[in-house]
Design a protein. Structure first.
Length: 313
């Protein structure tokens, strides 16, 4: 057999004999599997990339990602909350919570468009129908939350927002089919007890405690609970980016609010009032929206990496 192979090699090495011997020689088929980066679009590095304000969090470990996101949320939302209360401290502004939400959605849309233009992948991955649902829920949670400040003091609103764990858990069960362990349930119950104790005390010592405000913030929490789970499911299923989520959901929400304010004749009085106090309204609203946009970017990153429940906690 060795002699035959040597003879074949010698014959094939002669000019013109390789084609003749091809049919009788062994044939090898080489199959090369392209790498993950080759099968994807050239401008997408990895489906697991999570970019926040130009920072690719995928390069860090899970604990580092968590620390960066939580730090961003606390830092920007502390400023966000201060500016929100500062705007409502302007005398006569309390009836215009929905107009503030309209301005906020407009700024968010602009910021999202700018950020989307700065990244390489500009495709919309999440279906438009999903964005219409998310936009409706976002309008509900932010509009009702802003409006509730006309009836509640800011600490009361914050404590009520802390109760969002319970509706988020319920939404996770029905929307994503999740199952929670005893630790998650215990955390939600402990936070609910804290809310009850605060409510009992606040009803007697805080002058801004109001049943209308409680109803508004409760409805905002319900919408917020659903939106967190819908966002988590959509971003993980379609691998949508933060800037894409913000741009489309808030731009569609802007149209919703504009239509609502126009139909209820609430747009003209708000524009007239804000034009008389441009710095205290539009100036603060710009900073308010900018810090809120940075904050929501870190919140979306938390939702995408760790889930809605941990992000809310």
């Amino acid at each position: 057999e060795k002699q035959a192979e040597d003879n074949n090699s010698a014959e094939c090495s002669e000019p013109g004999t390789m084609d003749l011997k091809f049919t009788s020689s062994r044939k090898y088929i080489s199959i090369s599997v392209p790498s993950k980066s080759q099968t994807m679009s050239p401008h997408i590095k990895s489906v697991d990339d999570v970019v926040v304000l130009g920072i690719n969090l995928s390069k860090f470990s899970k604990p580092a990602q968590f620390f960066i996101c939580v730090s961003g949320v606390f830092m920007f939302y502390l400023i966000y909350g201060y500016l929100q209360e500062l705007i409502f401290s302007v005398e006569g502004f309390k009836p215009f919570g929905w107009y503030l939400t309209l301005v906020q959605f407009g700024f968010y849309s602009i910021f999202g468009l700018i950020e989307l233009q700065l990244i390489q992948d500009k495709r919309r991955r999440i279906p438009g129908k999903t964005y219409m649902i998310i936009a409706f829920l976002t309008v509900g949670t932010m509009g009702l939350s802003n409006t509730s400040l006309g009836y509640l003091n800011y600490p009361t609103q914050v404590i009520f927002k802390c109760c969002k764990l319970i509706p988020v858990m319920i939404g996770g069960v029905f929307i994503q089919g999740k199952r929670y362990n005893i630790v998650d349930v215990s955390a939600a119950l402990c936070m609910s007890l804290g809310l009850i104790w605060f409510t009992l005390a606040d009803s007697t010592v805080a002058p801004n405690f109001n049943l209308t405000g409680v109803v508004l913030i409760s409805l905002a929490l319900c919408a917020d609970a659903v939106i967190g789970n819908v966002q988590e499911k959509a971003m993980k299923l379609h691998n949508g980016s933060n800037s894409e989520m913000v741009l489309y959901s808030y731009s569609i929400g802007f149209v919703y609010i504009l239509f609502g304010l126009t139909c209820t004749s609430g747009l003209s009085p708000a524009v007239t009032f804000c034009s008389k106090h441009p710095v205290q309204t539009y100036g603060y609203a710009f900073l308010f929206s900018l810090t809120g946009y940075f904050g929501i970017s870190f919140v979306l990153a938390l939702i995408k990496i760790f889930g809605a429940l941990l992000a809310v906690t």
